[in-house]
Ligand binder design. Structure first.
Ligand code: PLP
Ligand code: ZN
Length: 412
């Protein structure tokens, strides 16, 4: 019932025992992934029966998340709502549109899915502290899970470039926070230079166990929607999440559970789009961007570490990429909130903005059924700039001064 697992190099195919702490291939230096062997011979109906006996969430699918023992850390992550959004479908110009709201996770973003698995592996490793570089959501999530697991946490953030809500969370959960006078890419580079420390466990998404948790988003979509030939739109920064979701779908296909195949759509902000540019220009390697810029700080990344995995996700699924401007992101954020009551942070709105854009460009069929992944909650980023043009009124503290305004609002 539980498939054998190894760590497998995506470049040279080198295989390593899955309980070793290693972040890249010792032979060629490429990325590693957790490979579940012989999935096609697993009894999928028995597996489904077990899943149905548990609440929806990351650990419903524990047979496909290989751990050393039985113990795992959880704050009840996953099991997030899937909304069917008729008004947004019309807004974006497609037949049907769903939003998977990852902001409903314990620390308000999809990172919790990967972090519950990552921190469990960190505990298994016997190291004393976890460390990451972060644009804010990873650090919020890691520090919460480290607290739950009783581990120390160390966070490197690009100084002045992370949203207030995320900085607040990271500090509140008790991470030792270090502001780097540079970019996210600089911070990640620093963390990677500490890879040989025997005290530290790195929890950025180059750690294949993060991806193992995040892949459960695909399993949930299968449980909530069945999933056939749908388009799944994902905001892309460091390229981890789109890789993880495609890994989940690939495993479901191998298990014989999916009819048809979802198509992955990766969306980047125009000012931070090295991955989208690579694909649109037909290049085989990624050209890093020195000064990425976008209002969506979570995806302000110039050198995405997981680009090779994400390239595979887009190619193998027959998918594509889109680039959206900051204003298109803000418009999509406002549409999600004011048409459907779904409050998301800017990066999370990129998935919807990308769908609208592709329809307008004639690159996405109006007959499509789309699932937009909304990766984090609106409260993460209470930024005045995001409210530009939205008015509110001040009045004296008596009802007579408010009445004219109310009458104005109530006019047909
Ligand atoms: C809210 C949000 N959306 C999207 C992303 C992009 O995910 P990835 O870096 O795995 O591509 C991030 C990454 O930090 C994020 O925080
Ligand atoms: Zn290798």
């Amino acid at each position: 019932m539980i498939p054998e697992a190894t760590l497998s190099c995506i470049g040279c195919g080198n295989k390593i025992e899955h309980d070793r702490v290693v972040y890249s291939c010792p032979r060629c230096g490429d990325l590693l992934e957790v490979k579940l062997e012989n999935l096609s011979s697993v009894d999928a109906s028995l597996l489904k029966e077990r899943w149905r006996s548990r609440p929806i969430g990351v650990w419903r699918y524990r047979e496909l998340i290989p751990l050393r023992g039985e113990r795992y850390i959880t704050l009840h992550e996953g099991g997030t709502p899937l909304y069917r959004c008729g008004k947004l479908a019309r807004w974006a110009g497609v037949k049907e549109l769903y939003v998977k709201f990852e902001g409903a996770n314990p620390t308000g973003s999809f990172k919790d899915r990967g972090m519950c698995v990552g921190i469990t592996k960190a505990l298994e490793s016997g190291r004393q502290a976890v460390i990451c570089a972060s644009t804010g959501n990873t650090s919020s999530s890691m520090s919460a899970y480290a607290a739950a697991a009783g581990m120390k946490s160390i966070v490197l953030i690009p100084r002045g470039r992370i949203a207030l809500g995320k900085l607040f969370q990271t500090l509140l959960y008790g991470a030792r926070t270090i502001a780097v006078k540079g970019s996210f890419d600089d911070a990640l580079n620093m963390v990677m230079q500490l890879r040989d420390s025997k005290d530290l466990y790195i929890l950025n998404s180059i750690n294949p166990w993060r991806i193992e948790g995040q892949k459960t988003l695909a399993y949930e979509l299968y449980d909530q929607l069945g999933m056939g030939d749908y388009v799944v739109s994902v905001p892309v920064g460091n390229c981890g999440n789109i890789s993880a979701i495609w890994k989940g779908f690939s495993e479901l296909i191998e298990l014989g559970l999916l009819n048809g195949s979802p198509t992955m759509l990766g969306v980047q902000a125009e000012g931070a789009s090295p991955f989208a540019d690579m694909i649109l220009k037909g290049h085989e390697t990624l050209k890093p961007l020195e000064e990425p810029r976008t209002i969506a700080t979570a995806i302000r990344i110039g050198k995405p570490a997981n680009w090779k995995k994400a390239l595979r996700a887009v190619r193998d699924s027959g998918g594509t990429v889109a680039k959206v401007s900051d204003w298109e992101i803000v418009e999509a954020q406002r549409a999600l909130a004011s048409l459907e009551g779904i409050g998301v942070e800017p990066a999370s709105a990129a998935s919807l903005a990308g769908v609208k854009k592709l329809v307008e460009e004639g690159r996405l069929d109006r007959d499509s059924t789309v699932v937009c992944i909304s990766t984090g909650t609106a409260l993460k980023d209470p930024n005045e700039e995001l409210l530009r043009g939205i008015e509110f009124s001040e009045v004296e503290p008596n009802v007579d001064s408010a009445k004219p305004l109310i009458e104005e609002i109530l006019k047909p």
